[in-house]
Design a protein around this ligand. Structure first.
Ligand SMILES: [Zn+2]
Ligand SMILES: [Zn+2]
Length: 572
């Protein structure tokens, strides 16, 4: 009897929000629903993932319970809501097309190639053997190829590649690990690597392996990764490293090295368990670790430093490259002219690397958003990022109270900006020093593209108090209500936001170079009592003259003299 049948059925609508698109959430839901023989659908909406299930009441509850306690490895569930609805008589469980609405979801960061894909990459019988753009629902480029949300192939730079029959089949099969993997591709239908010498395309069978052989022979090769180009050379060759340093005009600043494997990394730097955990993490940051003595990497890589920045291959290109590279490590430093931004467009690469790289290894998929490598060190098991960029951006930081509609400009050195929407703060990728005109141009472009990408609007602009900062001048020139925030106070506030204690009264201690003070003098080491969005300057180091103004920051001897003069007067 129909009435009895409907009594046996229960139905629920579930909404899940957070980082749930581009991380395999829909196939995950499909698998649970199928295993419980539930009917209904799952889809990506502008407001996260929407699910309707119906079936036996107990099975529905088990389904909801599992969604609450399990998730795909990289998903971050921020909100979860569910309500009972009348059963609709679905015939099966379907994964449906994305519904376009107001976009509220988050864009996933780029992910290092996963173990399943690596197994295929190096399996001679696999159809993607050595294909340098292999990816799946759990790995691959995300932020760097995304033009706008929702995260669907048509909104990425993969839209120009039409999937072949085999790829299409994987993409449409809910039981396949490439189901809805937006950058899905193979050597027949996807992007291709290309090797150039002095702007001329080289006819080689395997451009990536060929590039590795060139590195072995001592050449400097520009290599396009997820977020931009790197310059690569043999890290065990004194002449190659010295030549790269000369061409890059880099002085004595350290280079990062990409190491073949964790085993090799252990021979070069000292690593504890948590450092190894972060080194092999899917966000793949550069980890600063103590040099082992002796080690095979030449001193010229990081002259006079006790630490080395090391990272592992994270794109399939890097994996294929490192497989054919002979030394255990290569220098892989950001591809830019000294002080300029990272190069991420092919045309720019040909021009900028004319005298810097002997060869250029690139590919025909556009990088939409540039992103430098992230850099950090591990302290008490926690990763401390000194540069938060590729692999982390644009994952937001949640703050309470819920800031909304704010653009924060950041300072001039090592700039990042931030946009806040409904309690989420989206920090930008690493920009660099705004003193460089090209970086300022990039900064304005990035503000525009981040707004478009995340569908963010701002009404208020927070900028540094320093009137001479470029970030201040640019901020003041934009439309919106402006507010200057003292530099050290901003440091204390961000530490409070990161630790979710914005509501408390705290003593904030900020030791930082020059920060323009409320009284017009340059502040340095500040003790601030912060309460309810205001602060009192409780203590600071004594004011001293700065001979030569801000030049004294770059030349500490000037300050040493100032201190001596203060203590000894004319005897100094
Ligand atoms: Zn994968
Ligand atoms: Zn294909």
């Amino acid at each position: 009897m129909p009435s009895q049948k409907s009594e046996e059925l229960a139905a629920y609508r579930v909404n899940v929000n957070g980082i749930v698109q581009g991380v395999g959430y829909r196939p995950f839901v499909y698998r649970i629903a199928s295993s419980l023989r539930l009917k209904g659908f799952v889809l990506n909406s502008g407001n996260g993932v929407l699910i309707e299930v119906e079936g036996k009441p107990g099975d529905c509850l088990r389904f909801i319970e599992r969604l609450k306690t399990e998730k795909p490895p990289r998903a971050v569930v921020k909100t979860f809501s569910c309500m009972q609805i009348p059963p609709r008589g679905y015939r099966g469980f379907r994964v449906e097309q994305t519904r376009g609405e107001e976009v509220e979801t988050l864009c996933p960061p780029d992910v290092a190639v996963c173990k399943d894909c690596l197994d295929e990459l190096f399996n001679p019988r696999d159809r993607r053997h050595l294909y340098p753009f292999i990816n799946c629902i759990n790995c691959g480029p995300r932020f760097t190829i995304l033009e706008k949300l929702p995260y669907d192939r048509v909104n990425t730079s993969m839209k120009t590649f039409k999937m072949c029959g085999d790829c299409e089949k994987e993409y449409s099969d809910p039981s396949d690990r490439r189901f809805k993997a937006e950058p899905n591709a193979c050597s027949r239908c996807g992007p291709r690597a290309r090797l150039y010498r002095r702007g001329r395309l080289m006819r080689v069978e395997e451009p990536v392996s060929e590039a590795a052989r060139l590195i072995n022979r001592g050449y400097i090769v520009a290599v396009k990764g997820y977020g931009g180009f790197h310059l690569a050379c043999d890290a065990t060759s004194r002449s190659s490293v010295t030549e790269l340093r000369r061409r890059k005009k880099r002085g004595n600043k350290p280079f990062a090295i990409m190491v073949k494997s964790v085993e090799e990394a252990r021979r070069i730097v000292e690593l504890n368990d948590s450092e190894e955990k972060w080194l092999t993490h899917y966000s793949a940051p550069i980890i600063l670790a103590r040099k082992r003595e002796p080690n095979p990497v030449v001193e010229e890589v990081a002259p006079g430093m006790r630490y080395l920045g090391v990272f592992l291959p994270y794109t399939p290109i890097h994996h294929v490259l490192m497989r054919s590279v002979e030394p255990p490590a290569i220098v892989l430093t950001s591809g830019n002219v000294s002080e300029e931004p990272i190069v991420f467009r092919d045309g720019e690469a040909f021009e900028k690397f004319k005298d810097m790289a002997d060869y250029i290894l690139t590919y025909n998929r556009r990088i939409v958003n540039f992103a430098d490598d992230s850099v950090g060190f591990v302290q008490d098991g926690t990763l401390r990022l000194v540069r938060r960029s590729r692999g982390f951006v644009p994952e937001p930081v949640e703050v309470e109270p819920r800031v909304d509609g704010v653009l924060a400009m950041g300072a001039d050195l090592n700039n990042t900006f931030a946009l806040a929407k409904k309690g989420r703060v989206f920090m930008s990728q690493y920009m660099g020093d705004l003193e460089n005109m090209l970086i300022r141009k990039r900064y304005l472009e990035a503000i525009r593209s981040m707004r478009r990408l995340l569908n963010l609007e701002y009404r208020r602009i927070a900028h540094d108090l320093h009137p001479a900062y470029y970030s201040t001048q640019i901020g003041v020139s934009l439309d919106g209500e402006k507010k200057g925030v003292q530099h050290h106070y901003a440091h204390v506030l961000s530490a409070m936001a990161e630790n979710s204690i914005l509501g408390l009264e705290v003593l904030g201690i900020a030791f930082d170079g020059t920060g323009y003070g409320e009284d017009g003098s340059l502040w340095g080491s500040e003790f601030l009592i912060v309460r309810r969005g205001e602060y009192v300057r409780r203590g600071h180091f004594k004011y001293l003259p700065m001979p030569g103004g801000e030049k004294a920051v770059l030349e500490p001897a000037r300050m040493a003299f100032s201190y001596l003069y203060d203590a000894m007067g004319n005897d100094a």
